[in-house]
Design a protein around this ligand. Structure first.
Ligand code: NAD
Length: 359
């Protein structure tokens, strides 16, 4: 049986990374029927919508997508395609495993954590009032009526964290832990300061933990986590976090495993899942065929697991790990010296992974 999957090449280095990843996924022997759809800067510049309705329709139909990075113009232009996709399809769970593979330069070779970031709430909802605007002054007046003093020259961002959103993300973290043989879930918060937002998140985390007694539960304040993760990385397993802390800690995790080139991920909802690397479109390398496809290939591994193709997922992950461990046919970012002339390109890295898959 072939799985129908929406394939979005993206822009910048996206298409070359996607080409490499698609070949590696096909080499696992799993059958795919790709529905190629577009999103990002290239389609926008051709006079189109950066997130065409056809792309969303395809994802609603196939329920599974793999996506290359897409550029978000700074200042003018269009809003982030990624944020829009998460919103349109209610992809509430952002899954970012951070595992250090042998052969990668890292001071944290034992790191093997999974970050589960809430994707739809928190300060990312975009409810903001610009300093000096009518909205800001009315909000400040209202706050004054409610007994809260805020300086009149303030900008405001609203941070909604709901009972519903907190419960479903913590449940998703426990489900992930159970299905993937993980031993512990740690809820990350700053409830000592934000009692009614992070406090609510923590209350729901405790509630869900009590319903899942076979998995260990721990809670930690986010600043302490940043410290502890550096000192005792092996103490952590699955982390569940509200949106903003999840964003920051994901990049910390990516840095600890050797950089963005190794950080795969997924955005998962009730009705669809979109697999993509944590990194962006790296536009300065676009068209050069030299960037590292590991992060997108790992996203492909997570997609295979989502499709319950566990054997293919394990084989592809092992092949990738072997190519990285050998360190011969790898891209420039994996070499000691980034100008090492023996570094191979994106396509040759994929060839090495495919050969390893077949051995
Ligand atoms: P970026 O992740 O694209 O690149 C930053 C640097 O990281 C690159 O210059 C490169 O040195 C390195 N890098 C990234 N991916 C690499 C890879 N596969 N192999 C080797 N090195 C790699 O971040 P940026 O430059 O801040 O963002 C570029 C664009 O991507 C922006 O428009 C941003 O909005 C967008 N973006 C998109 C996504 C997404 O589509 N999910 C995520 C993040 C950023």
């Amino acid at each position: 049986m072939a799985y129908e999957v929406t394939l979005i090449p993206g822009d910048g280095t996206g298409p070359e990374l996607m080409d490499a990843t698609r070949r590696a996924l096909e080499a696992t022997g799993v059958g795919f029927k790709w529905d190629i759809q577009h999103a990002g800067l290239d389609v926008y510049e051709r006079g189109g919508d950066p997130l065409p309705a056809a792309t969303l329709d395809s994802l609603r139909r196939t329920r599974v997508g793999i996506k290359g990075p897409t550029t978000t113009p700074i200042g003018a232009g269009f809003r982030s395609v990624n944020v829009a996709l998460r919103k349109e399809l209610d992809l509430y769970m952002c899954l970012r495993p951070c595992k250090a593979y042998a052969g990668v330069r890292t001071r944290f070779p034992e790191l093997d954590i999974v970050i589960v970031r809430e994707n739809t709430e928190d300060v990312y909802v975009g409810v903001e009032f610009q300093e000096g605007s009518e909205g800001a002054s009315r909000m400040i007046e209202l706050l004054a009526e409610l007994g809260a003093t805020v300086r009149p020259d303030s900008g405001l961002s609203v941070k909604p964290i709901s009972r519903f959103g907190s419960r479903r993300i913590v449940e998703a973290a426990f489900d992930y832990a159970r299905h993937n043989g993980r031993r512990k879930v740690t809820a990350v918060h700053k409830a000592n300061i934000m009692k009614f937002t992070d406090g609510l998140f923590l209350e729901l985390a405790r509630e869900v933990a009590s319903e899942n007694p076979t998995i260990e539960f721990e809670e930690i304040i986010v600043d302490n986590l940043a410290n502890q993760l550096m000192q005792w990385p092996a103490d952590y397993d699955v982390l569940v976090l509200p949106n903003l802390y999840g964003d920051v800690i994901s990049d910390l995790g990516a840095g600890m495993i050797g950089g963005l080139g190794f950080a795969g991920g997924a955005n998962i909802g009730e009705h669809a899942a979109v697999f993509e690397a944590t990194h962006g479109s790296a536009p300065k390398y676009a068209g050069l065929g030299k960037v590292n496809p590991t992060a997108l290939m790992l996203s492909g591994v997570y997609m295979l697991r989502h499709l319950e193709e566990l054997d293919a997922a394990n084989r592809l992950e092992r092949a990738l790990a072997e190519v990285i461990r050998k360190g011969e046919r790898v891209t420039f970012d994996l070499k000691e010296d980034r100008n090492d002339p023996t570094a191979v390109g994106t396509a040759e890295f994929a060839d090495a992974v495919i050969e390893e898959l077949n051995t």
